[in-house]
Write a protein that binds this ligand. Structure first.
Ligand code: FE2
Length: 252
């Protein structure tokens, strides 16, 4: 599996607190089937994003972590300051400096001009990946707007823990709706530590395989993520066959 969202770099945000924790997170990820993981520290009002510091720590982790491959990226908060900087220097924030950018919405508010921000990114050939919409109640209550962003070209990452119930019933239900509707492109761990918000994707992978089939699991956990880290277009536009359509076909 390819995990495109994690906080494995120690000492830069609310993720891993020290080198040992980072290495343990990497070990757990590898043991549970992750071959590649993208280190995506926060860039928000609370945590300063320093690509040079991050690069140095990633090099240090690479020297100790065994076979798992570590890639670079950012958990990019959609603030005015960040957006202005990313318009000037997109590769500072994108995954491996290619075209895909994780974007995190603020918790309690909907940014009014977000459509034009996404349009501008897409004009620049930067593809926003909306992180864990299922954990944001503002997005949950503005589903038509969310659908329109995806229609525009934004992609969607659901957190594995949402499918296993870690973030409650609403997040689980919304995550399942997204998969049913073919509006999920990636499932990632958003790991912060070794226990509660761990990097193990195996359980979520099993759930997706069981409910939506092996092909969908392959697309969401592996194939699309592989394209992202390589800077390539998503295979089959990144979509999987919605489960709902299959059922209709069966009954009619
Ligand atoms: Fe995150």
């Amino acid at each position: 599996m390819i995990d495109i969202h994690s906080h494995i770099i120690y000492g830069v945000d609310d993720g891993s607190k020290d080198l040992e924790t980072s290495l343990e997170m990497l070990r757990l990820a590898w043991e549970h089937g992750t071959t590649d993981i993208v280190a995506t520290p926060h860039a928000n009002g609370e945590f300063t994003y320093d690509p040079y510091l991050n690069k140095g720590r990633v090099e240090q982790l690479r020297a100790h972590c065994g076979e798992i491959q570590i890639h670079t990226g950012c958990d990019f908060h959609l603030s005015l300051e960040n957006v202005e900087d990313a318009f000037q220097n997109p590769a500072k924030y994108t995954i491996n400096g290619h075209q895909y950018l994780l974007v995190e919405f603020p918790d309690g508010t909907l940014i009014p001009n977000i459509d034009s921000v996404f349009e501008q990114f897409l004009r620049m050939r930067v593809i926003p990946i909306i992180t864990h919409p299922e954990r944001n109640w503002v997005i949950q209550s503005n589903r038509p707007k969310f659908d329109a962003w995806v229609e525009l070209g934004a992609l969607v990452q659901v957190t594995g823990g949402s499918l296993t119930g870690r973030f409650g019933k609403n997040a689980k239900k919304f995550a399942e709706d997204l998969l049913n509707d073919g509006l999920c492109h990636f499932i990632a761990s958003d790991a912060h530590d070794t226990r509660d918000r761990h990097p193990k994707l195996r359980n979520a992978h099993d759930i997706v395989t069981q409910k939506w089939g092996e092909e969908t699991a392959e697309t969401l956990f592996t194939a699309n993520g592989r394209a992202v880290i390589a800077g390539e277009p998503l295979p089959s536009n990144g979509r999987h066959q919605p489960a709902r359509k299959k059922k209709r076909w069966f009954f009619f």
